[in-house]
Design a protein around this ligand. Structure first.
Ligand code: ZN
Ligand code: ZN
Length: 340
């Protein structure tokens, strides 16, 4: 008999699940200045970077400092690393198709959503744990195939993939509890990025499936609340055929229209405080920055793209813009404004 983890109702009643949070707490969690997507991307890319397999990140940054203006090589992510990510995206698509939509039940609470509570926090997902474990095993194989040295580093992880641990991983990933995964890695002798990366990667097909179901109800986002479906901080937009700005969540892939001059972090619409940084030799990208909250988002004009990459790949391939923005003092999550 298959045991399933149900997010909303834990039968043993132990512990506080993310869903047991009040709307207020969920809102606070959503505003936590931690971006699981960005965090995990940068950790895994750092790992491969150390091995000389990703990026010319440091070179790019020194170029920026010397010239004093945003100017850098167009992509800092190696083609090998992009290929790895593409393979993972294909795998996630495959799993997403295997998820029975009946197992995902969103509660579209308009009032909670208007208060910035991400819809995923109000969604019941019946996880089939054996499938979740299978996902993680498949990611392990891809990683080892990409970098055989990882075989030793991932050795012994299979025996830890028990139902109880998987339920915990799912809950902690939903709660954005990065520290839990850091501790788990340390206690079990894994590199710091491994447990969270595996969980995030295996969780995304579920988030994306939920986002597909909820998408028709998503027309806008509350500034500062992050993605209206999964709570990931906003950091990526595209310019569409009609010239409109469309914000995309690289984590759950939901998207919504936004005003061209509105700050996604604090809602500022004063054009005097919004700036656009452009990148030399990168005609399709801009960084929109807000002087009110010091937040930024990346804007990519995809109108000339023959094949539009998924938001997840677009986010990864534009990681150089994150470095430029952050080196210029802007951050992925805007500062909370002092209300006094
Ligand atoms: Zn999202
Ligand atoms: Zn702002």
């Amino acid at each position: 008999m298959e045991r399933k983890a149900r997010r909303l109702l834990r039968e043993d009643g132990a512990g506080e699940t993310p869903q047991a949070q009040s709307a207020e707490e969920a809102h606070r969690t959503a505003r936590e200045p931690l971006a699981p997507g960005a965090e995990v991307n940068s950790q895994v890319s750092n790992y491969f970077d150390k091995k000389g397999m990703a990026v010319a990140k440091r070179t790019a940054i020194s170029l920026l400092t010397e010239r004093g203006a945003p100017s850098m090589i167009k992509s800092v992510v190696s083609t090998e690393y992009q290929d790895l990510q593409k393979e993972i995206v294909l795998l996630q698509d495959k799993w997403k198709r295997q998820i029975n939509p009946e197992t995902i039940k969103p509660t579209l609470d308009k009032a909670a959503m208007a208060a910035g509570v991400p819809a995923a926090a109000l969604t019941t997902i019946d996880f089939e744990i054996s499938l979740f474990i299978q996902c993680i095993e498949e990611i392990n194989s891809i990683l080892i195939n990409y970098d055989p040295e990882l075989e030793t580093k991932l050795a012994g992880i299979s025996s830890l993939l028990t139902e109880d641990t998987m339920i915990r991983w799912i809950e902690e990933a939903f709660s954005f509890n990065h520290q839990y995964f850091v501790d788990f890695a340390e206690e079990n002798g894994f590199e710091e990025w491994i447990p969270h990366f595996l969980t995030e990667t295996a969780l995304r097909p579920y988030l994306q499936k939920a986002a597909e179901i909820i998408q028709p109800d998503i027309t806008h986002a509350i500034p500062g609340a992050g993605c209206p479906v999964c709570g990931e901080p906003v950091r990526l937009a595209t310019i569409e055929e009609n010239g409109k700005k469309m914000i995309h969540c690289p984590r759950c892939l939901v998207h919504w229209n936004a005003k061209r001059l509105e700050c996604a972090h604090c809602g500022n619409e004063d054009h005097k405080n919004m700036k656009f940084l452009t990148i030399e030799r990168d005609a399709v990208s801009q960084i929109q920055v807000c002087e009110d909250c010091k937040g930024y988002i990346k804007i990519i004009d995809t109108r000339q793209y023959i094949e539009k990459p998924s938001a997840a790949l677009l986010d990864l391939n534009s990681i150089h813009l994150d470095y430029v923005a952050q080196n210029n003092g802007y951050q992925a999550v805007g500062e909370e404004k002092d209300i006094n």
